[in-house]
Design a protein around this ligand. Structure first.
Ligand SMILES: NC(=O)c1ccc[n+]([C@@H]2O[C@H](COP(=O)([O-])OP(=O)(O)OC[C@H]3O[C@@H](n4cnc5c(N)ncnc54)[C@H](OP(=O)(O)O)[C@@H]3O)[C@@H](O)[C@H]2O)c1
Length: 256
């Protein structure tokens, strides 16, 4: 459908070497966008970009660590150098090096989680917004988590970082609306990826999670694509500052 068409658009997707980011990058390319596929590992993004090209799409593989400001700036300038514009930015790269009660996290772990998840999102927004303003608009999609809405057990520091991403989304939505830049977030529930392996590999945890999910299963990365396409396309032109929960209904069961 035209309303979801991304022909002529240029997108940057961080954390696109696997999991949710890879599916979003491939899906955006299928919808017609030119996609800068980014993560810390060049060979991993090369593989995804090659797959997109083999499927007839346009992609550029760019190494960038979201914790390193110069690399984030280079990601944007290289995308601009190739395609001359940036219409869509997906802040998807995320990390969680600490599990356990919040106060057992050390300063370094807390710093790393905030640096990549929250400050990394800030960094990319800071780079792309002036371009979007010059172009007359743009779309920013921040991948937060249901853990940013209610605390994820044993994931306190991560939950704080994702709550910060939600507030960053709302702040920027308010500030950038007059520039026709829509800023929205997606809050996935448990999705089967490498990142969450420690959760879904635990049989008791998996059983509990499926039990409190009205739609009766945990998610797969493809479950997030429709929400991302909606927020990247003209279908969402009058939507900003929202958090789209994609969780099989598990938030409904909060407190069960
Ligand atoms: N899976 C879930 O249950 C779930 C639920 C809610 C929210 N999320 C969020 O969804 C996003 C994607 O997670 P996922 O589950 O798809 O995980 P994943 O499959 O492990 O993918 C994570 C991606 O982030 C990249 N990455 C990690 N640290 C990075 C950094 N410092 N700079 C740049 N790229 C980095 C990884 O690539 P390299 O290793 O090549 O850098 C990879 O491409 C994250 O923000 C996560 O918090 C996940």
């Amino acid at each position: 459908m035209d309303v979801f068409n991304l022909e002529g658009k240029v997108a940057i997707v961080t954390g696109a070497s696997k999991g949710i980011g890879e599916v979003i990058a491939r899906g955006f390319a299928k919808a017609g966008a030119k996609v800068a596929v980014s993560s810390r590992k060049q060979e991993s993004v090369d593989r995804v970009a090659q797959g997109i090209q083999e499927a007839g799409g346009e992609a550029l593989a760019l190494q960038a660590h979201m914790g390193v400001p110069d690399q984030v700036a280079a990601l944007v300038s290289q995308t601009l150098g190739r395609w001359g514009r940036v219409d869509i930015a997906v802040n998807n790269a995320g990390t969680n090096p600490h599990f356990g009660p919040l106060l057992t996290a050390d300063e370094g772990q807390l710093e790393k989680i905030l640096d990549v998840n929250l400050k990394g999102t800030f960094r990319l927004c800071k780079q792309v917004v002036p371009l979007m303003e010059d172009q007359g608009g743009g779309k920013i999609i921040n991948i937060t988590s249901v853990a940013g809405i209610r605390p994820g057990p044993g994931m306190g520091a991560y939950s704080i970082s994702k709550a910060g991403v939600i507030m960053l989304t709302k702040v920027l939505a308010g500030e950038l609306g007059s520039s026709n830049i829509q800023v929205n977030a997606i809050a996935p529930g448990l999705i089967k990826t490498k990142f969450s392996q420690v959760l879904w590999e635990n049989e008791d945890l998996l059983k509990h999670q499926v039990g409190v999910t009205p739609l009766g299963r945990i998610g797969i990365p493809e479950d997030v694509l429709g929400a991302a396409l909606f927020l990247a396309s003209s279908a969402s032109d009058w939507v900003t500052g929202t958090v789209l929960v994609v969780d099989g209904g598990s938030m409904v069961a909060a407190g069960l």
